[in-house]
Design a binder for this molecule. Structure first.
Ligand SMILES: Cc1cc2nc3c(=O)[nH]c(=O)nc-3n(C[C@H](O)[C@H](O)[C@H](O)COP(=O)(O)OP(=O)(O)OC[C@H]3O[C@@H](n4cnc5c(N)ncnc54)[C@H](O)[C@@H]3O)c2cc1C
Length: 447
């Protein structure tokens, strides 16, 4: 396998990191992407991303973290904004390394592609995958610069072509796999919070800001240049929704009513709201990710999720490391693909479920006193029983060694325990910690 040329479709985070890892094995790698090299942020895609432990671990494994780290802005907790402009900070974890890095999507893309090219990967931009002929074992790509059709042998071709994957759709059209794209029914728009006159941040920059409002929410992540990128998540239909907010007065009225303190920092809010597209949010469920030893889906192409746990790209990076390990352990591409899918799919299904649950947590529960007490108790139980009790959020965000599925399973046990221990209580002093210790000892084996 090691001398066989590999084609990768998609030079997003997944395709770029995969190219680096496979080049390190000495494999000849050619990457194709439909976009030009110098296209700035994708229309309608998030401008910045939260990079967490799983992503950081994968970047370290590939030897590229040091090239990227300085571009990130650390975020140590959630800053919750109430309807009257009041704020409160909920720390994400309790150790210095338990933070997220807000990183520019474009900087990350360029850094990864630069390393991939330095290591000898050939990257062909403006090459779009159009279709695949599974009987002949070839994929058709169009060179958009000369409008030429290329026939590329799938020996193999790895498809990291994102949530709307053309390869996934080809596999479905040929009856080779089943897959569904489930629409969340909510979309998003990005709005900007510019830096102050001297380039300073106009809110705390070491936090991810959230304006939870029940059925919808606004969030904001810091950028390196003193600005923030805010994202409004809202239903597509109903009231309020993107369907009811069309004229400038309605948009302005809604934003002012719901997010008065944020409005004071967003001078271009109405213009941006009108100009920017509504981003699609959904989950991809594919029954299988591969066909013979010819092609395999990886990253969002295989399992796109909603962005509410900030894990989509982190999960894709973890895919790349796990895929690379499978490459090292198997003699044929077919066996490698089968093993990758068997190991990875239960975990990507788990993060898909947790990401959906987290939407409710972010837009509603973070403002609820019972939830806050449970969160404070979870951190206290972690202090007292660090080997056995780790809050689910921390397992997902700060512990790459804990698979997503295990985080989901242990999280369910912990959630029941937290609900029982806090029932009818309003503060930590009222908690029966002896009872908690007994239950933890019997329900949660050491990790
Ligand atoms: C609003 C929002 C916020 C998010 N925030 C976070 C976050 O904070 N943290 C996090 O971890 N994740 C986040 N994500 C998820 C993250 O963006 C994705 O998981 C990640 O981009 C997936 O990487 P990918 O390379 O698999 O796919 P993509 O990033 O979609 O890249 C696919 C690439 O394939 C190319 N391509 C597509 N079709 C073709 C074709 N036919 N032929 C050739 N090339 C093609 C595209 O041009 C693109 O370069 C967020 C997503 C959204 C929508």
């Amino acid at each position: 396998m090691s001398s066989q040329p590999v084609s990768i479709v998609g030079a997003g985070p997944t395709g770029a990191l995969l190219a680096i890892l496979l080049r390190r094995r000495g494999m000849p790698v050619t990457v194709y992407d439909s976009r030009p090299l110098h296209q700035s942020a994708d229309a309608g895609r998030s401008i910045n991303l939260a990079l967490a432990d799983r992503g950081i671990h994968a970047l370290k494994t590939a030897g590229v973290y040091d090239a990227i780290r300085s571009a990130g802005v650390p975020m140590r907790g959630r800053m919750i904004h109430d309807r009257h402009g009041g704020t409160s900070l909920q720390p994400y974890g309790q150790r210095p390394q338990e933070m997220l890095l807000s990183i520019s999507r474009e900087r990350l893309r360029r850094a990864l592609l630069e390393v991939a090219a330095q290591q000898g990967a050939r990257v062909n931009f403006e090459h779009r995958l159009e279709t695949a002929d599974f009987a002949a074992g070839t994929a058709q790509l169009r060179d958009l610069r000369g409008d030429r059709l290329l026939h590329v042998a799938m020996r193999p071709l790895l498809a990291g072509d994102g949530a709307g994957s053309r390869m996934r759709r080809c596999l479905v059209e040929h009856g080779l796999i089943g897959a569904q794209e489930v629409d969340l029914g909510h979309g998003y728009k990005e709005l900007s919070i510019p830096a102050g006159p001297d380039g300073e941040y106009r809110m705390a920059h070491d936090a991810l800001h959230i304006w939870p409002r029940g059925g919808h929410m606004l969030i904001a992540l810091p950028n390196e240049d003193g600005s923030f990128t805010a994202t409004l998540f809202l239903p597509n239909r109903g009231d309020p929704s993107f369907a009811t907010l069309e004229d400038p007065a309605a948009i302005e009225g809604f934003l002012r009513d719901q997010f008065p303190d944020a409005c004071a920092l967003m001078p271009h809010r109405v213009r941006e709201f009108q100009a920017r597209p509504i981003g699609f949010l959904g989950t991809v469920y594919a029954a299988s990710w591969r066909h013979a030893g010819m092609t395999a889906l990886i990253g969002d192409a295989a399992h796109a999720i909603v962005p509410f746990h900030g894990q989509g790209m982190n999960c894709c990076f973890e895919d790349c490391v796990e895929f690379d390990t499978c490459v090292g352990r198997h003699e044929s591409w077919e066996a490698c693909f089968a093993r990758f899918e068997a190991l990875r799919k239960p975990n990507t299904d788990a993060i898909a479920a947790m990401a959906l649950e987290n939407y409710l947590e972010m837009r509603e529960r973070v403002a609820d006193p019972d939830f806050r007490l449970q969160q404070a108790l979870a951190l206290e139980l972690e202090r007292r029983h660090p080997q056995r009790f780790i809050p689910r959020y921390s397992m997902v965000m700060f512990h790459h060694e804990i698979p997503y599925l295990l985080a989901l399973e242990r999280g369910a046990v912990q959630a029941r325990l937290l609900a029982r221990l806090t029932a009818g209580r309003t503060n930590l002093a009222q908690i029966d910690f002896e009872d908690a210790a007994r239950e933890i000892g019997s329900l949660l084996p050491p990790i």
